[in-house]
Design a protein around this ligand. Structure first.
Ligand SMILES: Cc1ncc(COP(=O)(O)O)c(C=O)c1O
Length: 429
């Protein structure tokens, strides 16, 4: 198909809610390593990886060879027959997830992983109410949308029964108008206020992302989650860490984002980067909590042999190539290069994130912090013209989300910075 035909068919046959980036959307054709090619043969350095999903590079041969072999051997059985691939992946997850997390329920997506986590927390505690965070994003189902707290993702028919939202630890736009560290991390205490005033006082769970992804890589102060954890326990709740974006080494040094904040979750959910692009998700819980699941449930494709093999191969590449360290080192380099860009371009109000999950918030004026969504689009368009793909997010659509594969080098980062620098210089304000 030609580009124009793809675009026409997209318009004719796909829900319009499936929006594309760019005024002239990029029609993707193939990927290899850090590069993505469009249908017309143009090559791009991919620093968004299909929304933080390509962990070890496009078409990584160590992953695809295992997928191909598994497709030829056994593609699908459903979970009614145990197989070696599902148990091997579950065992690996038990080894790399923090604390006493041990048993997994496999799904096809992050949305379903969060659904299963909340359902399990309700069964395990006998309570119903859930506290989530403003600016959070949890997925596209009705429950996940009700946990989500950004209006554009919640339109029409989303009702948050039994879900309340506490303040986000969004230091750059502190909801309490305070400044860290003088604030004493006062936003964390809002979780207790919310429980006392908007719930029955007995909660099933608190669910949060260690760094809010779609919300614009909002990175909490290091004390935040420790304070919240103690509050949650006081009211009988389980701590659910949504690692759909922060999981599998993305934040550098550690496998999971929550480990940076020194809190042991009761339930952890994951998807995206777990399988380098295959549709796989997981809800991982401690044995007692997992064993509290009542009644029957099934995910026909959950723990599928092919996706299980892909996830295990991805984890093994991360281990063999020491990509947790690489994400940390290259991430630090990336961060300092982005801070340099901030010195140079007044459009940049804030740089934040961890490892290879770096966010750049754009503002029209550093004093008023008025969001700059049009300028953000311009930077994305110009970066694409120069051959660099990045993403965006944030309630105001003014945060660049930049997240290359975990095996990029400092030289790749320098190349991306050059393209970003040019893009910023070309923005018309
Ligand atoms: C933190 C978080 N949780 C859940 C989800 C939903 O995952 P999925 O799109 O795989 O259903 C997303 C997707 O962006 C996410 O960022």
């Amino acid at each position: 198909m030609k580009r124009s035909e793809v675009m026409q068919k997209h318009k004719d046959y796909i829900f319009p809610c499936v929006v594309n980036y760019y005024t002239e959307p990029l029609v993707a054709d193939r990927g290899e390593g850090k590069y993505l090619w469009d249908l017309e043969g143009r090559r791009y350095l991919d620093f968004f990886g299909g929304i933080l999903t390509i962990s070890v590079g496009h078409a990584n041969p160590k992953v695809t060879s295992r997928i191909k072999a598994q497709v030829d051997r056994l593609q699908h059985t459903s979970t009614v027959y145990p197989n070696e691939q599902i148990v091997a992946l579950a065992e690996k997850l038990a080894q790399i997830t923090p604390g006493r997390l041990q048993k997994s329920f496999f799904t096809n997506s992050g949305t379903e992983a969060n659904e299963a986590a909340v359902l399990l927390a309700r069964m395990a505690t006998g309570s119903f109410e859930v506290v989530a965070l403003r600016h959070g994003y949890s997925g596209h189902s009705l429950l996940a949308k009700s946990l989500t707290a950004q209006a554009p993702w919640r339109r029409a028919g989303v009702i948050s029964v039994g879900v309340t939202h506490a303040l986000s630890p969004y230091c750059y736009r502190c909801p309490l108008g305070l400044t860290y560290p003088g604030c004493g991390v006062a936003c964390a205490n809002d979780v207790e206020d919310v429980i006392r005033t908007t719930t029955s006082g007995h909660i099933a769970a608190f669910l949060a992302e260690p760094i809010q992804g779609v919300g614009g890589f909002i990175t909490p102060p290091k004390e935040y989650f420790k304070i919240v954890f103690n509050i949650i326990k006081k009211y009988g709740g389980l701590f659910i860490s949504d690692e759909v974006q922060t999981g599998f080494g993305r934040t550098g040094k550690k496998w999971f984002g929550i480990e940076h904040w020194e809190v042991e979750p009761d339930i952890l959910t994951t998807a995206k980067g777990m399988g380098n692009g295959v549709p796989v998700g997981a809800t991982v819980a401690t044995p007692e909590i997992a064993d509290a699941f009542q009644g029957m449930t099934i995910s026909t494709f959950g723990g599928n042999p092919v996706t299980s093999v892909a996830a295990r191969a991805t984890i093994e590449v991360i281990e063999e190539e020491r990509l947790l360290d690489n994400a940390h080192e290259v991430g630090n380099h990336f961060r300092s290069r982005l801070e340099e860009l901030k010195e140079k371009h007044p459009l940049i109000g804030d740089v934040r994130g961890k490892g290879l999950m770096q966010g750049v918030e754009l503002v029209k004026d550093r004093k008023t912090k008025e969001p700059a969504p049009q300028e953000t689009n311009q930077v994305m368009e110009r970066a694409k013209e120069h051959g660099l793909l990045i993403g965006k997010g944030g309630l105001y659509s003014n945060v660049l989300r930049i997240a290359p594969a975990l095996n990029v080098s400092k030289a790749d980062v320098d190349e991306a910075i050059q393209m970003l620098d040019k893009a910023f210089a070309e923005v018309k304000v």
